[in-house]
Design a protein around this ligand. Structure first.
Ligand SMILES: [Zn+2]
Length: 367
């Protein structure tokens, strides 16, 4: 991974390259911003740039041994911690860990997803601390990447805090997160913060066409639907997800037109059971659909809509009288339920309650 292969994030690239060129690399970085916008890729590109033997034009060469080993996550001075699903044994844990790392090696923007709650095991952080206490196997700066640190259990966070508080010499710790508010303040305050913005549609489209083999038309649609997250766009290319999107659209129609809660309850049967990740994807699709309805009702042009393949239906739905003030608050309401689901609330119950709540709120009081 080099800076040149990253989609967009020009400001971030400039900051990171300048930091290295001026020799003012801090002990720890906090990369924060939405998921799927390139924090992991940037961490690897930085690790490569720091260790590359033949930097060319402000980037790593991609061909020297450290560059090649870093790309395969086999560089002896690179340590990574990444959320994994719960495991029954150490062997299973290592298998899960490598399965996820291999996905990230093949596609750095791949979202780390799983049916069950993913966490960074305490043992991983302890192991990293132990390795850092030993003499480095090769010269150069050691780099530790803690991916999605917000998914760390408190025991791991304590172990990591010790590491950040007393950083071993010649070691850079890079923490990434899409939820910086969940990182202990004691850790945040010790890191240099770098913000990652949502990606421009054009950067996402180019990546999808050039690197993910999507045709132009599909890439344009995905770039509109993914709300600036390349990881989400890639996720939507998988077959299951196209199906989820259809379910999301169908249910959305049900919710939007529902005059009784029974209709909503019927629609509920279409939802996957107990799958937090898929349910949250469906909720994310609802957010884009509600935003589109608001745009249509405020007279925006079609070209501003995310769901361009659904325009006809959206126009029909937008004609329905709704409580405008309540409608404006629905995307945020959905967002808060997504957070709850992420925090271990029983997902189907939360979605059922949300459907009833939305139907209740958007129905005009006069009806
Ligand atoms: Zn190199």
């Amino acid at each position: 991974m080099d800076f040149n292969s990253l989609a967009g994030q020009e400001t971030v690239k400039r900051i990171l390259i300048r930091t290295v060129d001026r020799d003012c690399v801090p002990n720890s970085f906090l990369f924060y911003g939405p998921e799927g916008v390139g924090k992991w890729g940037a961490a690897l590109a930085l690790a490569a740039y720091l260790n590359c033997r033949n930097r060319i034009d402000g980037d790593s060469c991609g061909t020297c041994p450290p560059c090649r080993q870093i790309r395969k996550l086999q560089y002896p001075n690179l340590f990574t911690a990444i959320p994994t699903p719960p495991s029954r044994s150490d062997t299973e844990e290592i298998e899960n860990y490598w399965e996820i790392l291999n996905r990230k090696i093949a596609e750095p923007y791949a979202l780390i997803t799983g049916r069950r709650q993913m966490t960074i095991p305490v043992a991983t952080v302890r192991q990293i601390r132990l390795s850092l206490g030993q003499k480095p196997p090769v010269d150069g700066l050691r780099v530790v990447i803690i991916e999605q640190m917000d998914r760390m259990l408190s025991g791991s966070a304590d172990a990591l805090l010790k590491l950040v508080e007393e950083p071993p010499s010649r070691t850079l710790i890079i923490i990434t997160t899409s939820r910086p508010e969940r990182i202990p303040a004691t850790i945040v305050s010790r890191c240099r913060r770098v913000r990652f913005a949502r990606l421009a549609g054009s950067a996402i489209k180019d990546y999808l066409v050039e690197k993910a083999g999507q045709d132009e038309k599909q890439a344009s649609l995905l770039a509109r639907l993914c709300h600036g997250s390349l990881g989400t766009a890639l996720y939507l290319t998988e077959e299951d997800n196209a199906q989820d999107r259809e379910v999301a659209k169908l249910l959305f129609k049900g919710i939007f037109l529902a005059e009784t809660t029974e209709a909503a309850a019927e629609a509920m049967e279409l939802l996957p059971t107990g799958d937090r990740f898929r349910l949250n994807r469906i909720l994310a699709a609802w957010q884009t659909l509600f935003r589109d309805i608001m745009l249509l009702q405020s007279g925006a042009r079609e070209s501003y809509l995310a769901n361009i393949d659904f325009v006809g239906e959206l126009e029909r739905l937008a004609a329905r009288p709704v409580n405008q003030k309540a409608l404006m608050k629905i995307p945020a309401l959905i967002g808060s339920v997504m957070e709850d689901i992420d925090l271990n609330v029983e997902p189907n119950t939360a979605v059922a309650a949300l459907i009833i709540e939305i139907s209740r709120r958007i129905t005009p009081e006069s009806l």
